[in-house]
Ligand binder design. Structure first.
Ligand code: SF4
Length: 71
């Protein structure tokens, strides 16, 4: 991910295998790898209802939101 993308809410769009320095493992992941998919700030596990975008999700970490970046 060279250029960051944001959704309509200004949240960072992340790929499964992306990772950043704010990574924190999700408690529901048995073997947390340092990837957004395993991070508690992503929506991957909550968004399985939308198979068209299964390899993308958003990061809920406030420090990664568009407003914080542009401040
Ligand atoms: S979900 Fe967000 S906070 Fe977690 S590793 Fe990915 S970009 Fe970083």
């Amino acid at each position: 991910m060279d250029k960051h993308r944001y959704d309509e809410m200004g949240l960072l769009v992340v790929k499964e295998d992306y990772c950043c320095e704010h990574f924190e493992p999700d408690d529901s992941v048995l073997v947390p790898m340092k990837e957004c998919w395993c991070c508690k700030w992503s929506n991957f596990r909550a968004e399985i209802k939308n198979p068209a975008s299964e390899s993308y999700s958003v990061c809920n970490y406030v420090g990664n939101a568009k407003e914080a970046v542009n401040r």
